[in-house]
Design a protein around this ligand. Structure first.
Ligand SMILES: CC(C)(COP(=O)(O)OP(=O)(O)OC[C@H]1O[C@@H](n2cnc3c(N)ncnc32)[C@H](O)[C@@H]1OP(=O)(O)O)[C@@H](O)C(=O)NCCC(=O)NCCS
Length: 321
């Protein structure tokens, strides 16, 4: 088995990659998307990722991003590990371990100090990450609206409407202003939203609600709807009143579907969800793990370094990779 980088894959291997990605995550990460992210966002590592290849077939993959992160005393860039996957008929033969070990070597050589990834604590992958030195640093709280009944208000709230592509630069500005100086993935690469629209991952009219006071954009919510629930993992508003109005609007849009809220909004505006027919859980199965690329560390040390227990830590839906 050879370990190669993205540019060493042949066009025929694209189908193998699709097979791995589909069987692991239910989606495809086509080369067109990789190329656009590479050219327009500059968030992928120069080598993009590493791949296990044998007999002309891809058996496993790991993608690597370079993402700005504000640690407690350091505004740096970390190695974001994504889409770790092994062909299902090759599982448990050491492929993922070997690929990750190679990624860590490359990232250390590139001068990176920390790596992070998102995973589910109940998956087999979690054991592998722990063996390699990753520690659980964050899992986001959840709130679910209990009744699923339409909220009292019939019409759209004044000043709030579905998003448009043209709102995205103002959304980025609001996000950057509101979370300047906080910890976490607060410094987003410019233009991510527009690239997500171009790639078809973000449909502004279905996935965004924006609040305006006069002409000024004062809040937005990102929603992920399907026929039985609407998840809102990113709701940003300059004031408690704007956040409250956006939560009402998410509930209204959800109608009889479950409305679900996650992440920083819950610690920022807990009063919205108190005693109003919501059920909550302070943590989830899905969370972030952090690795110090230079040394072994404890969970407590990792949480302290990533500042995830600090009230200034921010996590929003767009911060997951
Ligand atoms: C997770 C995954 C990448 C592991 O790939 P792999 O090549 O089989 O992993 P390895 O053979 O290197 O396994 C290393 C260790 O991971 C852990 N592990 C892997 N699969 C496991 C499973 N099904 N159950 C429990 N532990 C598991 C074990 O600790 C294993 O060590 P061991 O075999 O010595 O006990 C693979 O199962 C996969 O593609 N799963 C679907 C996608 C996924 O969950 N990706 C992770 C997203 S965060």
């Amino acid at each position: 088995m050879r370990v190669v980088t993205y540019d060493e894959l042949t066009p025929e291997m694209e189908t193998d990659r699709a097979l791995i990605h589909l069987s692991a995550f239910g989606g495809v990460y086509p080369s067109r998307t990789v190329d656009i992210e590479r050219r327009q966002l500059n968030t992928l590592a120069d080598y993009v990722g590493v791949f296990a290849v044998e007999g002309g077939h891809v058996l496993g993959q790991v993608f690597v991003q370079r993402i700005p992160y504000a640690f407690r005393d350091l505004r740096g860039t970390l190695s974001g590990i994504a889409a770790v996957g092994t062909r299902p008929d090759q599982g448990r033969t050491g492929i993922a371990r070997r690929l990750l070990t190679e990624v860590h070597r490359r990232e250390r050589e590139a001068g990176m100090e920390f790596a992070a990834l998102w995973t589910n604590r109940s998956w087999g992958a979690h054991a592998l990450y722990e063996q390699l030195g990753y520690r659980d640093v964050y899992a986001s709280p959840w709130v679910v609206r209990l009744s699923g009944k339409p909220s009292g208000r019939r019409g759209q709230a004044p000043g709030i409407r579905p998003g448009r592509s043209s709102d995205i630069p103002e959304i980025d500005d609001l996000h950057d202003r509101r979370y300047a100086g906080r910890y976490g993935y607060c410094r987003r690469p410019r233009g991510v939203g527009q690239v997500l629209v171009r790639l078809g991952y973000l449909h502004p009219s279905q996935n965004l609600l924006v609040a305006r006071r006069g002409r000024e954009l004062v809040g937005y919510a990102h929603i992920d709807p399907n026929p039985w629930r609407v998840i809102c993992g990113e709701l940003v508003g300059g004031s408690a009143a704007v956040r409250q109005a956006l939560v009402h609007e998410v509930n209204r849009v959800a109608g009889e579907r479950r409305a679900v809220f996650q992440h920083t909004l819950l610690s920022e505006s807990p009063e919205i969800f108190r005693g109003r027919g919501y059920a909550s859980v302070p943590t989830g199965w899905y969370g972030m793990m952090g690795l110090d690329l230079a040394r072994e560390w404890t969970t407590r040390e990792a949480i302290d370094r990533f500042a995830t227990a600090d009230p200034r830590f921010v996590c929003l839906a767009g911060d997951r990779f």
